[in-house]
Design a protein around this ligand. Structure first.
Ligand SMILES: Cc1cc2nc3c(=O)[nH]c(=O)nc-3n(C[C@H](O)[C@H](O)[C@H](O)COP(=O)(O)OP(=O)(O)OC[C@H]3O[C@@H](n4cnc5c(N)ncnc54)[C@H](O)[C@@H]3O)c2cc1C
Length: 413
């Protein structure tokens, strides 16, 4: 006989930032919620630089003050560098179109994810950990989440399983982005030379046409620093190097990162990942909603992952509230959620495509002379992606009529 683990309003797969945030928001609505998380926490996870616009969501769940008190490094800006020419510009969040979002945090994900998960439990979410979800069934008037130890019944199941894409993989809906097949190698280091103007800044340096890639430098409060390289997958394969050799050589030939890494000491091991940009044919189905990386993941150059995941959690909590009010848990009733998620992803993808095109990076690093452009870029970097007043979004997404707009032409120079 199958073991019955309980009945909840909502069952969530995954206790990363998206899952914990969704659970906290649903608990605030008074819903009974469970989280099924396969790993024991704390555990390593990449994705360490947060965006200012996720602070609103953390304030809403009540966890922002706990993040602050935990002593994570406050992040004030993002510096972008053209590796070949060393042209650079720093975007300070306080100078965005919206001046209400001046900071975010740089976080080691092991303690950060645990803090968020503990907060959801404190609000009353039931946690099954470590426990792997193994299947999903829609039984018509309720859903069943199958796990390694038994079944959970719920009105709706939310897949927040991250890049493991619990449901999209089973549904064969996961599609790797064909023109963004990248490889990344990264690690944590001691003795990295940080941003000279404000040591809390993230630094992103873009390099070479054929290699199509970039470095990141993300500082932490304990003095250690996350450094990674992202490059074109095809280029990496042609080199035939190990991830360690590739990382070492990439740093060696970099004008901007070599001096920063001269005395760096690796802590633990270098890690690598490949083909991390993908989407799903659908983000919803009857009694099922995919949230965050479980639905799609975009190139991480603008540190958008955690932000998009917690924003999607906020939007999912909104449609779930409506579903409980109407009693309608159909795919159709979740359609507006999917559209809004796709809209946000589209804005970032347009920005990412522009970044890999050297001309726009040039516009970025010379934007100091064009205040409106600089403020518009800063807002996008902060995560203000649903802002209709940001003409840059209209330009990047090719919104009809945008090119004819005088204000926009002035913006782009
Ligand atoms: C190279 C790189 C750099 C990045 N840099 C940044 C950055 O600077 N800033 C940023 O915001 N983002 C960054 N990201 C993205 C970030 O890692 C993710 O977007 C973020 O972790 C998504 O959160 P999530 O809650 O959706 O998923 P996750 O954090 O992946 O959490 C999913 C959870 O689900 C659990 N799970 C999976 N399958 C099951 C199952 N079957 N049963 C139970 N549990 C399951 C996993 O154990 C995991 O804990 C980066 C990503 C990459 C690849």
């Amino acid at each position: 006989m199958t073991n019955n683990l309980g009945t909840f309003d909502v069952a969530i797969v995954g206790g990363g930032p998206g899952g914990s945030t969704l659970a906290a928001l649903l608990r605030k609505q008074g819903r009974s919620v469970c989280i099924v998380e396969r790993d024991s926490f704390p555990r390593f996870r990449i994705g360490e630089s947060l965006l200012p616009f996720s602070m609103d969501t953390f304030r809403e769940t009540g966890v922002l003050e706990k993040i602050r008190q935990a002593g994570f490094l406050v992040k004030n800006g993002a510096r972008f560098v053209v590796d070949e020419t060393l042209e650079e510009e720093c975007f300070w969040f306080k100078n965005g179109l919206d001046t209400e979002h001046p900071f975010a945090f740089q976080v080691q994900r092991a303690p950060f994810d645990k803090l968020l998960l503990d907060h959801a439990v404190e609000l009353g979410a039931k946690l099954f950990q470590p426990l792997a979800a193994t299947g999903f069934r829609n039984e018509g008037d309720y859903a069943v989440l199958e796990t390694a130890q038994g079944e959970i019944s719920a009105q709706v199941v939310c897949d927040v399983s991250g890049r493991w894409t619990f449901m999209s993989s089973r549904q064969k809906q996961r599609k790797i982005h064909p023109s963004h097949r990248k490889v990344t190698v990264f690690g944590h280091f001691r003795n990295v030379v940080r941003d000279e103007e404000d040591e809390s800044n993230i630094i992103i340096a873009r390099f070479g046409d054929t290699r199509m890639g970039w470095f990141w430098l993300i500082p932490f409060a304990d003095g250690t620093t996350s450094v990674g390289v992202v490059a074109d997958g095809e280029y990496f394969r042609q080199k035939g190097q190990s991830p360690e050799q590739f990382f070492k050589e990439s740093i060696e030939v970099s004008r901007s990162f070599k001096p920063r890494m001269e005395k760096a000491e690796l802590i633990g091991e270098l890690r690598s990942e490949a083909d991390f940009s993908y989407t799903s044919e659908r983000h919803v189905a009857d009694r099922l909603i995919k949230v965050g990386d479980a639905g799609a993941f975009i190139d991480p150059v603008f540190s958008s992952g955690v932000f998009l995941s917690v924003k999607a959690a906020e939007m999912a909590a909104g449609v779930i509230r409506q579903a409980f009010a109407s009693g309608d848990f159909s795919e159709k009733s979740f359609a507006a959620y999917e559209e809004k998620v796709r809209q946000g992803t589209k804005v970032f993808w347009a920005f990412i495509d522009a970044f890999y095109n050297k001309d726009f990076l040039k516009q970025m690093v010379t934007s100091r002379r064009r205040q409106l452009l600089q403020r518009s870029i800063t807002s996008l970097l902060a995560g203000d992606i649903y802002n209709d007043r940001n003409m840059l979004i209209a330009y990047l997404t090719g919104k009809e009529g945008a090119y004819a707009d005088k204000e926009l032409q002035a913006l782009m120079g």
